[in-house]
Design a protein. Sequence first.
Length: 450
Amino acid sequence: MQRFLVKNFGCRASQADGAAIEAGLAATGLVASNLHAADLVVLNTCTVTATADDEVRQTVRRIRRERPEARILVTGCYAQRAPEEIAALEGVTLVVGNSHKASIPDLVSNKLRLADEHYHGQIEIGDIFAQTDFLSAPVEDAIGDRTRPNLKIQDGCNNRCSFCIIPYVRGKSRSAPPDRVVEQVRTLGAKYREVVLSGINLGRWGRDLAPPGAPDVTMGNAGDTKTKLRLADLVRRLLDETEIERLRLSSVEPMDFSDDLLQLMAASPRIARHVHAPLQSGSDTALRRMHRKYRPRHYADRIATARALMPDCAVGADVMTGFPGETEAEFEQNCQFIESLPFTYLHVFTYSERPGTPAAESDQQVPTRIRRDRTQALRELGARKNLEFRRSLVGKTLSCVTLDNASALSSNFVKVTLAKPREANRLEEIRIGGLTADGVSEAGALTVIS
């Protein structure tokens, strides 16, 4: 066995895990390859929806057809949640849960290389809540993202939202050591203009870490000695100790967008004007059933603060439709709440039952047709608000990172079609002349539409 392929599914955090797996396998002497030459295919899975699970199963079947001699190793969140289900799939050689993901290079060297052709459906899994390793590597040269590497700095989640399986497959929240993050960003900053900081629950970075010299006590009343680090502390270090030209924060829970963090973002031109705060629902009663830790008024306050500090910032949200018990009145409350806020884009998801979560056990499941209709309605609302935002940018000059010779991405998360070819991986000030189907165009570009 000499050649391997790692295929990633799901979020930025999964991509970062996959990059680390690739580096580990390469360190054992294996060579990265494409599917048609690979002796080993590693599927690094997602399980956030039933659709994600189905995509993995379809991929296993396709690999069996196109590369029947390859051994298939399935890891990631789906592997942690349902290892026996995956092990039963024809062609799967080894299932490795997130609990053992860091051991994949050793497992491949010690088991798969020595195993005969009958080695099939073996499982390596353990208690994910005992996991303390932090597996991550910068994701560079991702398709469509060649000038904006993704760096995972946080993993796991301590929240228990009633619909979400992620804490049970990712484990407790844990942070990459700050010195390591500084060094990684310093290295990336020598090659790239922008780095995206990501995590499963990014805003919780540092809560499990104590500042150097801090007393070993828990946080107490206001005025007590600070004993935990915060995301804003890390961002300050990155600004002070690296030459990175732009940092972008991926999704941050609304209540983790503290005044301190938002003020730092507004004060530094080296931080993208981009606020993505998962909402899920604008209905107070729905949020309570979801076990979310904020109410609509709290969320609105954070968005209002962000916009007051950064008037042209991108404001994005994840929104769910069809959560168990969602009434027509609650859905209307959700729509009205979204309408009232300056969102520039929405990621709208249809609720998907996840076995083992409280919401999946509810006897108030919303019919599939109604879920889909509501998803379509919110996507139309999101598209309208996005168009309004893009129109407001015409005539303005935006700071952008060039993605290739024809396009760029603005600080406030809008795709820009360039009027003339430029070198990729540069920061430039670009004047906006009009709109495209899904973005804006530089003044002088031929792609302007009304």
